[in-house]
Structure formats: structure tokens, C-alpha cells
Write a protein that binds this ligand. Structure first.
Ligand code: ACO
Length: 332
């Protein structure tokens, strides 16, 4: 692994996620969809997803995920210098979802939304970490939150079976001796119809074209990032790709000859939660102890636009967290 920098960089010091209500299995999907559990599982890897009740807002999901991430980082809402919510399903044109979160958690920080579809979380990580690297802020709260269910046409089996609701969050913190946070943002020209949602939905998609884009960019992102950073695969603890289709991850794994256990996949439980998928996966990987303090994680997002992006960051739960966790486990 590359030498640690002595200048400040951004590390992840807390993560959390939330999915609403009870799981909706493939068999429990509305009968308006002419589909089957077998088709969905075989073609996508999805077994269930979570669908929020109508009155639940994207901001409600975001608040719970953010609160959990702050708890893990042992921080208070007052410690947060900036809040960014990556979402394509905001509750209002304005105020932003981030401002609603700010108000509910009791933060005084500036807050704004960032829309880059399924690449949104990786884009937001990049924006947030720049503020830390530049010395402007010390603690940035990044949330990916989506209520995809409000954008679904429940008569369109080509899209309705794919998506789920949820939110994930991380706390980025300044650290002076850590692996330098890396990000790369990319965008490609595409006809909007390829993957499209008007302001109130529904989502329409040319699935097989988007599938090919996903395989190509996930493969390219991993290969080129390892080369560019002169990292070996063993230096990365876990690759967390956007959870769009298990076959996209399997194809990248085969093309790169990287074993599937190097990737984190939880699409079977949550479906595609767009900008929330990577932070939900990251927080779950931490809970499952697939990532530990000090580990490097690579996150790859791709989606509508078409857009894609990569982020490599170090997990660095701070010393205080480690002391508390040791005490917690001694008590349990
Ligand atoms: N149940 C049963 N049959 C279905 C379903 C369904 N839910 N959906 C499609 N089919 C049928 C089609 O009608 C078609 O039938 P036909 O041959 O009689 O016309 C057949 O299955 C094959 O359809 P394809 O679209 O070619 O199926 P494919 O294997 O490509 O799978 C899928 C479709 C799952 C959507 C896949 O293309 C995919 O995952 N695409 C990528 C999605 C993605 O990555 N999105 C990321 C970004 S999302 C964002 O940014 C918001």
C-alpha cells in the first residue's frame, strides 16, 4: 500500500443505514406485474426489497441512517460542518432533503442535495472529501437516500421489480495520517431515454443497454483505479459496487478474475436503492465485520446520465470509538 500522507485527508469514521417497514418478497409484488420469483432471482439476484409507506419521506429515511452514522462516529449533530444528501427522489424541489435532515437532527451546518442517480453517493463522497482536504471542514455527513417506490410504474415489470427504498450514511472526518482519499468522476453522453425519470416518475429504462454499461464501467473502474493508485488487489479490503444486478457484479468478477468474495453484494435483500445502495452496503459490511478500522474500501457507482465514479477511502473509526466498542463488547 502507498505511504500515508502527512497532510490531512478524509477518512470514514462512522456508518449507518436504514430500510423502512417489512421486506416485500418477489412473490408479494402486486399482481399487476406479470412476473415470477424465478425470473427476478435468476435475472437480477433480487429476492426482496423494502417499500416505504406512502407518508414516509426520503428525509425520514435519511435522518435515521444519519443518526446511526453519527452515533458510530461518536459525534453530535452540532459537530457536523456540512451535510450532503445524494438523492434522485427528493421530497420537494425545495427546501432540499438535506435541509430537512439538518433541521430534524438539530444541525447548524450548510446542507444541500446532490443528484447523480446511482452514482450520487460516490459523487457526494468526492465533493465532501474535497472540503476536508482543503482544510475548510473537519466533519462532513454524507447520506444516500431514496424513495424509489414513489417513482415506479407498478404496471411495468421491466423496472418495478428492481428498485427498493432505503438510506445509508457515512461521517467523513479529517485525519492527518491516513491513506489519501481518492475519487474519480466520469460521465458519458447518452440518450436520456436510456434511463429516465420525469419529476414525478415513472422510471423507464432500456435494461440491456444499461446492463452492458454497468459491466463495462465497473470493470474499467476497478482495473484503472488499481493501476492508477499502484495498488494490488490485496490492498483493498472490499469492493463495494452499486447494487443494480448481481449479474453485473458477477460479470466484472469474471472479466477481472477477481473472486466474488472480494465484492460486497446485498442486492438480494434490498434491490436497487440507487444512491443509497453503496452506503447501505458499506454500513452492512461494517456490521458484518467484512471491513475493519484501517481498511481501504473501493466504491464504484454507475447509473443514469450516464454517469459513473470511483472512490477509495480508508475506514478509520477513531480511537474513542474503538475504546467504546471494546467496552461495549466487554459488557455484552
Ligand atoms: N418478469 C418477467 N419477464 C420480464 C421481466 C420481469 N420482471 N422484465 C422483463 N421481462 C421480459 C422482457 O419483457 C423480455 O421479454 P421478450 O423477450 O418477450 O420481449 C425478456 O424478459 C428479456 O428482457 P430483457 O430486458 O432483455 O432482460 P434482461 O436479461 O436484460 O434483464 C434487467 C432486464 C434485469 C432490467 C437488466 O437488463 C438489468 O439489470 N439492467 C441494468 C439495470 C441497471 O443497472 N440499472 C442501474 C442504474 S439505475 C439508476 O441509475 C436509477
Amino acid at each position: 500500500m502507498k505511504a500515508k500522507l502527512s497532510q490531512p485527508t478524509a477518512v470514514i469514521t462512522g456508518s449507518g443505514f436504514f430500510v423502512p417497514g417489512l421486506p416485500v418478497t418477489n412473490s408479494a409484488l402486486p399482481s399487476t406485474l406479470d412476473t415470477s420469483d424465478d425470473w427476478i432471482k435468476q435475472r437480477t439476484g433480487i429476492s426482496q426489497r423494502y417499500i416505504a409507506p406512502k407518508k414516509v419521506l426520503t428525509a425520514d429515511l435519511a435522518v435515521i441512517a444519519a443518526t446511526r452514522a453519527l452515533q458510530k462516529a461518536r459525534l453530535d449533530a452540532h459537530d457536523v460542518d456540512l451535510i450532503i444528501v445524494a438523492t434522485s427522489t427528493p421530497d420537494n424541489a425545495f427546501p432540499s432533503t438535506a435541509m430537512l435532515v439538518r433541521q430534524t437532527i438539530g444541525s447548524t451546518a450548510p446542507a444541500f442535495d446532490l443528484a447523480a442517480a446511482c452514482s450520487g453517493f460516490v459523487y457526494a463522497l468526492s465533493v465532501g472529501s474535497q472540503f476536508i482536504i482543503s482544510g475548510t471542514y473537519e466533519h462532513v455527513l454524507i447520506i444516500g437516500a431514496e424513495k424509489m417506490s414513489s417513482f415506479i410504474d407498478w404496471h411495468d415489470r421491466r423496472t418495478a421489480v428492481l428498485f427498493g427504498d432505503g438510506a445509508g450514511a457515512v461521517v467523513l472526518q479529517k485525519q492527518s495520517s491516513a491513506y489519501p482519499a481518492f475519487s474519480r468522476l466520469e460521465a458519458e453522453h447518452a440518450e436520456p431515454e436510456l434511463l429516465h425519470a420525469p419529476p414525478k416518475g415513472p422510471i423507464t429504462m432500456q435494461g440491456s443497454e444499461v446492463f452492458k454499461f454497468g459491466v463495462r464501467t465497473l470493470t474499467q473502474a476497478i482495473r484503472e483505479t488499481l493501476q492508477q493508485l499502484r495498488l494490488q488487489l490485496k490492498d483493498i479490503a472490499l469492493i463495494i459496487p452499486h447494487q443494480a444486478n448481481i449479474r453485473i457484479i458477477q460479470s466484472a468478477s469474471e472479466r477481472l478474475e477477481i473472486p466474488m468474495d472480494k465484492f460486497f453484494a446485498n442486492i438480494h435483500q434490498y434491490g436497487n436503492t440507487s444512491a443509497a445502495s453503496i452506503p447501505i452496503a458499506l454500513a452492512e459490511a461494517v456490521e458484518q465485520k467484512r471491513i475493519h478500522p484501517g481498511d481501504l474500501v473501493m466504491m464504484v457507482g454507475f447509473g443514469a446520465g450516464l454517469s459513473w465514479g470511483v472512490s477509495v477511502m480508508q475506514m478509520s473509526y477513531n480511537a474513542l470509538t474503538l475504546v467504546h466498542e471494546a467496552k461495549d463488547s466487554a459488557l455484552s
